[in-house]
Design a protein around this ligand. Structure first.
Ligand code: NAP
Length: 499
């Protein structure tokens, strides 16, 4: 029998007010129904925001090191349930099991890291410009945070957003992607098992148009943290401006790996297979452009074709599988339409079709695909396809390479394979992106460094690391005057040149 899941509001699991539900199915086999979920609307969001608001005073006034202890316990609970949560993720979202384990591990890492921040949350103390006066700036929680997440990292991305928000003393309402609600519900159950008080995190499942908009519009939600498509981010940002919310957007990418003529080709090949076809190309940091020096192009493309031909498509729970499904049939159609565009724009090396044979027939699969002789301004080289499709762009000149790297509207992750230290440092300086790699693919960010991108990949904020604390806390500057007399800033000062 299909399991039914509910919203979490103020510590209670509740159906949507309307009683409506939607189903989540496995992309590897559409007959495998993961569960029925609340198809919520504005009134459910209203209840969730009220619950988060009620929980705010106690949570925000709990000493931050105590909040850190709860996060520490949560990290341990997540680690105990890592395998179970990873298997659920592979079933619901499709990524192969080792990658799902990595997704959960990222959440564990962020929980430990942010638990430690509970004993830091450093402020600033500075000398005052006046005698007998103390000056400092402290961090304050902001209030209720609205979190809207995509399906491609169904545990790691909620963790990236929730744990820094919580350690700073905020409470939250979270809406998961409609393709992966089970992962989020199970993740939040584990937060409660770790000791998170009622109402601190509330879950509302349902569509972006209904639930997402209601969160973004709500006047008591002070912060929105969103990851998803650039178009959705623009819409959210525009709506949120009406209530002057603080908004963090983590959006699309069109990430290049540059393979220079002196590159270690074996290493570059390993990295390209991992970066372009890992998670079926559905990572925001996936390498969808391979900018390859003409002198090694033919050798590289030949060897890449051989490697890709051996990749095994299938259910991510099967150990033999290298590449799992894409998220749903709409994604298969979108990728197929780009493959058709690619055939007109460039030379198809391998793939280019949905995969529907045998065991794949009931799922959403697309063949790993490579195009070459792709022009830098071709649509397949400019637009985010978000599937297992890589475009090879041959180059000969370094300045031209920099121009091509920077020619897309996004700026998330860039990578260069070379033995030339001068070029390596030039790439760090000149490639316009929030993440830069040398002799490593475009994927593999770590929890204690800022994550995010430039241009249309976001709006300038960064996730995780210290940067996340900046986003989820507000500065308060405090002056304590112990002179016992009126001292007027900028007026009662004596500078050396006035003496
Ligand atoms: P999406 O369609 O934009 O959806 C993301 C989330 O927003 C989902 O929960 C969705 O709900 C919700 N949503 C949709 N329309 C909304 C609206 N009008 N108002 C409020 N919420 C709305 O993106 P996706 O397909 O899930 O994710 C893929 C995209 O995410 C890619 O572009 C990828 O590059 C990007 N991404 C970026 C990063 C990064 O850090 N830069 C990381 C991962 C992914 P429903 O599911 O109910 O539609």
């Amino acid at each position: 029998m299909t399991k039914t899941y509910q919203n979490l509001i103020g510590g209670d699991w509740k159906s949507a007010d309307s009683g409506a539900t939607f189903t989540s199915v496995s992309p590897a086999n559409h007959d495998d129904v993961i569960g029925e979920f609340a198809s919520s609307s504005t009134s459910d969001v209203e209840a969730a925001v009220s619950a988060a608001k009620r929980a705010f005073p106690a949570w925000s006034q709990m000493p931050a090191p105590k909040r850190g202890e709860i996060l520490f316990r949560i990290a341990r609970v997540l680690a105990e349930h890592k395998e179970e949560l990873s298997k659920l993720m592979t079933r619901e979202m499709g990524k192969v099991l080792p990658e799902a384990r990595g997704d959960v591990q990222e959440a564990i890492d962020v929980a430990y890291y942010m638990a430690g921040e509970g004993r830091r949350l450093f402020g600033q103390t500075v000398p005052s410009e006046m005698p007998d006066k103390f000056a400092m700036a402290i961090r304050r929680p902001i209030g209720v945070v609205g979190i809207i997440t995509p399906w491609n990292f169904p545990v790691a991305i909620p963790a990236w957003k929730l744990f820094p928000a919580l350690i700073c003393g905020n409470t939250a309402v979270i809406k998961p992607a409609s393709d992966t609600p089970a992962c989020l519900v199970r993740f939040v159950e584990l937060l409660l098992e770790g000791g998170l008080p009622e109402g601190v995190v509330n879950v509302v499942t349902g569509s972006g148009g209904e639930v997402g908009n209601a969160i973004v519009d709500h006047p008591d939600v002070r912060v929105i943290s969103f990851t998803g498509h650039t178009d959705t981010g623009v819409e959210i940002s525009t709506r949120a401006a009406k209530t002057l919310k603080r908004v963090s957007l983590e959006l699309g990418g069109k990430n290049p790996i540059v393979i220079w003529e002196d590159a270690d080709l074996d290493l570059a090949l390993d990295s390209v297979v991992w970066s372009s076809f890992g998670t079926s190309g559905q990572r925001c940091t996936a390498a969808s452009r391979l900018i390859v020096h003409r002198n090694v192009h033919d050798d590289f493309v030949h060897r890449l074709q051989q490697r890709v031909a051996k990749l095994v498509l299938g259910d991510g729970l099967d150990e033999a599988t290298d590449v799992g499904p894409v998220i749903n049939d709409a994604a298969v159609e979108r990728i197929a339409s780009y493959a058709a565009i690619g055939r007109d724009e460039a030379d198809l090396v391998i793939g280019g079709e949905p995969a529907r044979d045998g065991k794949l027939a009931k799922g959403s699969f697309f063949q790993p695909t490579i195009f070459t002789e792709v022009k830098p301004d071709a649509r397949i080289a400019q637009e985010e396809i978000f599937g297992p499709v890589a475009s090879v762009i041959p180059v000969t000149d370094w300045d031209e390479t920099v121009r091509i790297v920077n020619s897309v509207k996004y700026g998330l992750s860039t990578s260069l394979f070379t033995q030339d230290i001068n070029l390596a440092f030039r790439s760090i300086r000149d490639f316009d992106s929030g993440l830069g790699y040398v002799n490593h693919g475009t994927i593999g960010a770590e929890a204690h460094l800022p994550f995010g991108g430039t241009k249309a990949t976001g709006n300038g904020h960064r996730e995780v690391g210290q940067a996340a604390l900046e986003f989820f806390s507000e500065w308060k500057s405090v002056y304590v005057d112990y002179s016992g007399k009126l001292q007027r800033a900028q007026i009662d000062t004596t500078f050396i040149d006035e003496q």
